[in-house]
Design a protein around this ligand. Structure first.
Ligand code: HEM
Length: 161
């Protein structure tokens, strides 16, 4: 198996940056991308954010009251490895993002994952504005890489099948 498996059935010649759109489908690559940013988020912690309105939330078994002007940061690294949300959280399993493969697509208790359990680009109004650009660029770079080195093979034996 060579690296072109990352691109699945895509036509390599069409996958140059100018042809790519945010919704250009590279389903397998998209799953590899998401699993990569799950395990190694670009930033481990969000920047500090300030609470505007008072609210209560439950974290684990603790009730937490958030007061206006409190500052919080999200630990994205830990959120992405929460064992209640991710089966075998330290393993690289792109199929987690494939709805047809239910084994890793759900929580260990076979429930739907919480929406914010995967937040590599943060969430809400302050989410990353560069997300489409980052995804398109990575698709173009992987494509250039595969075209430039067509005979590259995985070093790890378990991927050579
Ligand atoms: C894989 C690549 C990237 C990741 C994982 C990523 C992740 C993030 C995260 C987590 C935040 C929120 C930070 C916070 O408020 O705590 C953020 C914000 C932001 N990102 Fe990215 N980013 C990526 C690429 C990019 C690129 C390529 C651009 C620009 C071309 C970009 C522009 C921005 C901007 C402007 C914000 C601030 C948005 C705001 O606070 O309103 N990012 N990014």
């Amino acid at each position: 198996m060579t690296f072109d498996c990352l691109l699945g059935e895509e036509d390599l010649s069409s996958l140059v940056y100018r042809n790519l759109q945010p919704d250009t489908e590279m389903p397998f690559f998209s799953r590899v991308f998401m699993e990569s940013v799950r395990l190694q988020p670009g930033i481990m912690y969000s920047t500090p954010h300030v609470i505007k309105k008072r609210f209560t939330t439950i974290i684990g078994k603790k009730k937490l009251e958030m007061m206006p002007r409190s500052v919080f940061m999200l630990n994205l690294f830990e959120i992405h490895r929460d064992p209640d949300q991710w089966s075998e959280p330290d393993k690289f399993k792109p199929e987690r993002f494939d709805p047809d493969l239910s084994e890793y697509h759900t929580t260990p208790r076979h429930k739907k994952r919480k929406p914010y359990s995967f937040s590599p680009f943060f969430v809400g109004t302050r989410m990353c504005t560069g997300r489409p650009f980052a995804e398109m660029t990575s698709k173009a770079i992987v494509n250039m890489f595969v075209v430039a080195f067509p005979d590259l093979e995985f070093v790890d034996e378990k991927f050579k099948n």
